[in-house]
Design a protein around this ligand. Sequence first.
Ligand code: TXA
Ligand code: MG
Length: 311
Amino acid sequence: MTLSTDILTTPTPAARLLAQGRLVAFPTETVYGLGGNALSDAAVAAIYAAKGRPRFNPLIIHLADIAQISRFAHLTDAAAILAQAFWPGPLTLVLPLAADHGLSPLVTAGLDTVAVRIPDLPLARDLLRLTDLPIAAPSANPSGRVSPTTAQHVLDGLSGKIDAVLDGGPCGVGLESTIVGFDPVPTLLRPGGLPTQAIERALGYPLALPDTGAKITAPGQLTSHYAPLGTVRLNAQSARPGETLLGFGAVKADLNLSPGGDLAQAAANLFRHLRTLDAQGARKIAVSPIPDTGLGQAINDRLRRAAAPRG
Ligand code: TXA
Ligand code: MG
């Protein structure tokens, strides 16, 4: 179905559309999300259809306020520590579902857990407060492609497939949220916009790593996620003939994530630069080494997926 996709700049009409079961992309501090009413099977089914996303890959619900959680999920002890320390913010917690949660089973892909996030961007929180609904929102990109960090990126991938995009300018963090599960101990399911070191400091002990290969539902485990169109070679000291160099730090590069070697700046630029390389028709992309500390861990995770063999 082809729709005309409206560009909105205020949350009120966006909230009205969401309440009507329509799809609205909206900004958060991490990336733009493709929002729909998480209580509605039809709205959630439309999210999967617009993205071309496999239905076994569950969605994050977004709430305005921590007080709303208990209706949908149980905050276990360790989860409550992280919620207290980092919400609102770029953190998603995978929690046991509450009884009578009312969420569409499509949101959780039939699991007995639900991923929950309270974003920090004021425009996102205004929108969520106005709807007073749990809003299911994956990143607002066609499945398998790079996440959007501007309203224009959303339109480039989903124009005509969603009702509207709420334009809040570029996303400040630029990488998806960090995802932590608790089955049975606090576990890093996806590195992201909140550095793991900060989480481990709040907990007082290290996060476990997921049992790879165990569950197909582990987030972002599909090969060739976050992919640009060109091939990607990592840890390149310089470009080989025919390659375009995506630099980091003081190197002579075609595009640089952060000439000064700042990881927060590199995170904010990563997806935009990958899109620019696509637009320039770069077929072979070489990427400078990036330190694997702080936000560098999430940047390297996304780059490794971008470099993975295409499925
Ligand atoms: O920053 C973000 O997290 C953005 C913004 C819009 O909030 N959202 C986002 O959603 O990145 P998405 O759908 O692209 O990634 C969510 C990940 C998926 O890899 C999914 O497998 C995982 O979360 N996930 C969702 N529910 C889960 C659950 N119950 N158990 C394990 N993983 C889950
Ligand atoms: Mg995504």
